[in-house]
Design a protein around this ligand. Structure first.
Ligand code: SAM
Length: 292
């Protein structure tokens, strides 16, 4: 195996492979690369798009696969439809991160939504995703309700109070610019930016490889909100397959919600049964999220 000069990419018998640059417990996924479609160093990270063999195109940040055409819908639908079907009437939504635009695309499927502030630190991620990943980001001009803000999500949310019905933290892993999005001061600011009946959701990482992150997120949110629910989905692209999301709400509880709104949604993964069942946790994950 030889290095190629691109972060995480190796030459293996004349073929290019991307070894996920983040090794966890001696485990790393490796992807055969048909073609590197784009690669540049932005102000914040190395941004590339590759053509994989079986998962279509993929967005890669600093050598870590963020999303692939084959299964992006699972993650994007789960991080959006679950909170939007829980809130009684979501009008103002803020997405922190989410530069692949897949989450914003799902949020505007709700007619009650009047404004979506999409706060992404790196304009290059949005530009590249819209150009190379229309299957994830959507074709053509974005819905006019989406307002693109290029800023650090932590700084942005600190400056907004009592403004949003739903805040979606669609961040990359807690390294580099995303590290602040997993810290208590950020969650306090998110609480203050929500209206009195608001709710938030974040991706809370792999319960297999990062149980301590899931536990920390959960404990932090539990110290602030009366309702905190962790839910799971299987996203084959992500290490370990199982991915966790944590929803924290000032009032509405998804376990007491009839997700009727989902009946009319054009979704590939989420439906009313998934909404009801995704909060059922296996014993090992229950143990992680237990308080104390
Ligand atoms: N679905 C993906 C996953 O779970 O791996 C992540 C979606 S998206 C690509 C994550 C985005 O968060 C990236 O585009 C990154 O630039 C952005 N991001 C990281 N730190 C940020 C910050 N402090 N403020 C706003 N956006 C941030």
């Amino acid at each position: 195996m030889k290095q190629t000069g691109l972060k995480g990419y190796v030459d293996w018998n004349g073929e290019m492979w991307l070894a996920d640059s983040e090794e966890k417990d001696g485990f790393s996924s490796i992807w055969k690369v048909k073609q590197v479609l784009h690669k540049e160093q932005s102000e914040f990270q190395e941004v590339s798009v590759i053509e994989t063999v079986g998962f279509g195109r993929a967005l890669v940040l600093d050598g870590i696969i963020q999303t692939t055409e084959r299964d992006a819908y699972i993650y994007n639908e789960m991080i959006t439809h679950v909170p939007l079907a829980t809130h009684p009437q979501p009008k103002t939504v803020c997405i922190i991160g989410g530069g692949d635009c897949g989450a914003a695309r799902e949020v505007v499927k709700y007619p009650t939504v009047e404004r979506v502030d999409m706060v992404e630190i790196d304009p290059k991620v949005v530009e590249v995703s819209r150009k190379y990943l229309p299957a994830v980001a959507g074709e053509g001009e974005p819905d006019p309700r989406i307002r693109f803000v290029y800023d650090d999500g932590a700084a942005f949310i600190r400056a907004h109070k009592d403004e949003y019905d739903v805040i979606i933290v669609d961040s990359s892993d807690p390294v580099g610019p995303a590290a602040v999005l997993f810290e208590e001061p950020f969650y306090r600011d998110v609480y203050a930016a929500l209206k009195p009946d608001g709710l938030m959701v974040c991706q809370s990482e792999s319960p297999v490889f990062y149980p301590h992150i899931l536990k920390r997120v959960r404990d932090t949110l539990q110290s602030m909100y009366p309702v905190v629910r962790t839910y799971l989905a299987t996203v084959p692209t992500y290490p370990g397959g199982i991915w966790s999301f944590t929803l924290a709400s000032k009032q509405a509880d998804p376990l007491q919600t009839q997700p009727d709104r989902l009946r009319d949604q054009d979704t590939k993964y989420v439906n009313r049964d998934i909404f009801r069942s995704c909060f059922v946790l296996p014993n090992d994950v229950r143990k992680i999220v237990q308080t104390g």
